[in-house]
Structure formats: C-alpha cells, structure tokens
Design a protein around this ligand. Structure first.
Ligand code: ZN
Length: 326
C-alpha cells in the first residue's frame, strides 16, 4: 500500500510505493534494462506483455501509433481510499492516484528527428485526452506529465515513452509557484507569462524558435545547460482546454526544438515536463500551462539536493545562439 509522508521541515512530501518492490530489482537502485524488440513490453507485437490498455491511437489495420497503459508497478492507484494519520508531528496519508505510461511509438529504435510534427501531435492529443478523462475523478488534484529519456535521466526502458502521475494533492513546489503567479497577477493585472513572452520577444536573444502560437526560449532562469521552455503566446490556464489547432502549432515548434537539440548535442538524456494548473484552482490564477525540456547533461549533486540551487555552466543566451543555428 502506498503512503505519502510529509517532511515536517519543508512541508514537501515523499510518496512511498512499496508495491514497486515487486519489480525485478527490489533494492530500489534504479537500473536501466536494455531490452531488445523481442522482449520489450512497449514494442508492437508484445501487447500481451503489458496490463490491459487504457486507450490507443490506431494506425491502419490492427496496428497502433500510441498506446496508453497502466504502469505495471504504479506509484499510486485509483483503488486507494483517503486516510490521514499521524504520529505527533509525523504526518502521513494515503489517497487515490493514477500512474500511466504513454508508449509514443510502436517501434523500438525510433529516430524522432526523422518524424514530422504529426507524430508529436498524436502524443500531445493523448496527453490532453488523458487529463480530460482523469479530471472526472474528483479525488485527483494534480496531474504531472513527464518523460525521462535515457538511463541517466531516469528511464528504465529505452523505448520512447512518457508517463502520467495523477496525485490526490497539489505538490508543494506547484503551490509555491502558484502563490507567486497569483500575487504578480493581482499586482499588475497581467499574467507573468504574458510579461515574460513580451520581454523575450523584445530582446530576442534567448528565443530558440517561434511560430504563430508559441515561443521556445532558453529561459533566463535555465536550471540545466540548454534548457528550453515552450510557452503559448495567448496561453490557456489548462492543457486540457487546448484545441486541435493549438496542438498543431505546438507540435511544429516542439518537433523543431527536438531537432535542434539533437542536432546540436546528439541523442542526449533529457527530462520533459508539462506544467498544468491543478484541478483545485480556478482558471484566473494568472497561470498558463507550459513545457520544459531539461537536458540531463549538467549533472546534479549534493549542493543542488541541499539548497535547491542549480549550478549551470551554459548561459541561456549562449545556448539560444547555438540552437538557433540548427
Ligand atoms: Zn521496444
């Protein structure tokens, strides 16, 4: 049974997921498994190796473009009932959640630089539709969609996939961000996102790519070398509200950014995160959904763990200058 414990010093929480002990390696040491297409559960033809499918985008015949499946070793699951207990200042709770895998391609050795934007559009449609579906469960408060690409970015299986974890609480880091954004909106009557987008468009030196609906920038506050953030110019608060036309523009800029990163740096490990407004918030919070692509090439250690402060060796202006050439 999963339990969620609160760190009494910081207010942040740790999710304990003992079911994951049943994974082949119960020590908790994360090791990547290099699989061949014959024994990879995410490959076409091996569908019976995964738990029953939640949804798919079909291709012609019986084949598929994208499959969504429950994680075989979920961090949280929908059966869990809410229950809070404490041992004095040591507080813990349980609650319903979901943990899903989005298999982004039937092919084990996918070269995403060769893919056109439609490939990415299907992935974004899947994210949006899964959020819409899970939103019907009123116990869920926040959904984090993310991707770990390659072992040093946290992936255990190399086949291209992303993950969705739905939480019965709003993470402390998200709350903190929302408090700042709401305060900015209240004071200035404009969202911080709109303000940042106009500053970046005026200065141009951190813009990596731009199209009708979106800008991709190496943000001022880049935590990792070559971090790229993607903002919607006229942004929605919630990713589940974006329309197909928005997703077309998003896919174009995303595909362009991935090609630039891979051309400049090679097939590097990276994390992709999609920040969305918690279900518990009203739309007018001054928040817009956005994406961050964080190359896992800088290396983090004790200093970052202790302080939450990152040391980055590449200025975002330099990163943008390099990426713009590709
Ligand atoms: Zn595979």
């Amino acid at each position: 049974m999963t339990e969620i414990r609160k760190d009494p010093f910081s207010g942040s929480v740790v999710i304990y997921s003992p079911d994951r002990e049943n994974r082949p390696d119960f020590t908790g040491i994360k090791r990547s498994i290099e699989l061949s297409p014959e024994n990879c559960p995410f490959c076409e033809g091996n569908e019976d190796m995964t738990p029953p499918e939640i949804s798919r985008i079909s291709d012609s015949g019986s084949s598929w473009k994208i499959r969504v499946i429950p994680n075989k070793f979920p961090v949280l699951n929908v059966e869990e009932k809410y229950n809070r207990t404490d041992e004095g200042v040591l507080e813990k709770f349980t609650g319903a959640g979901a943990h899903e895998i989005i298999i982004e391609t039937p092919s084990h050795f996918e070269d995403i630089t060769l893919r056109d934007p439609d490939y990415f559009k299907n992935i974004f449609i899947t994210y949006r539709d899964r959020i819409r579906d899970l939103k019907k469960d009123f116990r869920l408060q926040y959904i984090q969609i993310f991707k770990n690409h390659k072992a040093s970015a946290g992936a255990t299986i190399s086949h291209h996939h992303s993950q969705l974890i739905a939480l019965p609480f709003v993470p402390e880091e998200v709350e903190r961000k929302l408090t700042l954004l709401k305060a900015f909106y209240k004071k200035n009557n404009i969202s911080l996102f709109s303000e940042i987008i106009s500053v970046e468009l005026a200065h141009k030196k951190r813009i990596v790519s731009e199209n009708n609906g979106f800008i991709a920038v190496a943000p001022w506050y880049s935590r990792t070398p070559f971090q790229v953030s993607i903002y919607q110019k006229e942004g929605y608060s919630r990713f589940e509200d974006v329309e197909d036309g928005d997703l077309k523009n998003l896919s174009e800029i995303f595909s362009n950014v991935m090609k630039k990163l891979i051309s400049a740096l090679g097939d590097i490990p990276f994390n992709f995160v999609l920040y969305n407004l918690p279900f518990t918030e009203k739309d007018d919070a001054g928040f817009n959904w956005y994406i961050e692509i964080l190359p896992a090439i800088g290396g983090t250690g004790g200093f970052e763990a202790a302080t939450g402060t990152y040391i980055n060796t590449v200025l975002p202006e330099k990163a943008a200058e390099i990426l713009k050439k590709f």
